[in-house]
Write a protein that binds this ligand. Structure first.
Ligand code: DC
Length: 214
């Protein structure tokens, strides 16, 4: 059986960097499940298909290739906006969750990050982390990231965006963003990436050694 680490949390909380670092450390496969919603949205946009037709979106979701998810291409803002619209559709979620569950079974272990991994996709995960930070800190990090890449950014607009995305992710009826009851909360507002990683690593190491002695 595969060892699954579930990492959830709001947009721009640092889940991505943390998940990649964890996967690399333990030699596990990593899936950023947000990319599956983004790839579905991009395929619809590219084909000029509507974003509000559940049957069409479900069909496209079933064709998403988890092996071909390109983070650079899919990170565009318009794709994120479109992704959050189709992410409210239950048939789309059902199709993508099936693919994500199949991925989670890869050997020797997997790290999945998203919004509903600990609650819906992998409720039996060995370790569940809920990674968060204040909206101000998350907006600041995203701002620094854009400026760091040489782009121009508007902090106030990014802050509004972070709050709107939270409202949509936490307010939807199907699989809203929330910590699983057995998730470890990791508030990274005052933490460096390295400190967050060390905190996550102690939680994971403890769970792995408890599991090994069973
Ligand atoms: O994390 P992200 O910005 O790449 O996610 C894009 C959208 O997909 C976001 O609005 C939330 C949604 N999403 C989701 O509903 N469930 C997941 N497991 C991952 C992402």
């Amino acid at each position: 059986m595969s060892t699954v680490i579930a990492i959830d949390g709001p947009a721009a909380a640092g889940k991505g960097t943390l998940s990649r670092k964890i996967a690399e450390t333990y030699g596990f496969h990593h899936l950023d499940t947000g990319l599956t919603y983004r790839a579905t949205a991009k395929a619809l946009l590219d084909a000029g298909l509507p974003l509000d037709d559940e049957a069409v979106a479900e069909k496209v979701a079933r064709e998403v290739d988890l092996g071909g998810l390109d983070r650079d291409v899919l990170s565009r803002h318009e794709i994120g906006e479109a992704a959050s619209k189709i992410a409210v559709m239950s048939p789309v979620r059902k199709a993508l969750v099936e693919a994500q569950r199949a991925f989670s079974q890869r050997s020797p272990g997997t790290v999945l990050d998203g919004r509903d991994i600990g609650t819906v996709v992998c409720p039996d995960a060995l370790v569940k982390l809920y990674v968060t930070a204040s909206p101000e800190v998350r907006a600041r990090r995203r701002y620094d990231e854009v400026v760091g890449r040489g782009g121009s950014a508007d902090y106030a607009a990014i802050f509004q965006d972070v709050k709107a995305r939270d409202a949509r992710d936490m307010g939807r009826a199907d699989s809203p963003l929330r910590p699983a009851d057995d998730a470890h909360l990791l508030d990274t507002s005052e933490m460096s990436i390295e400190a967050a990683f060390q905190a996550a690593k102690s939680i994971i190491d403890a769970a792995l050694s408890r599991n090994a002695s069973k």
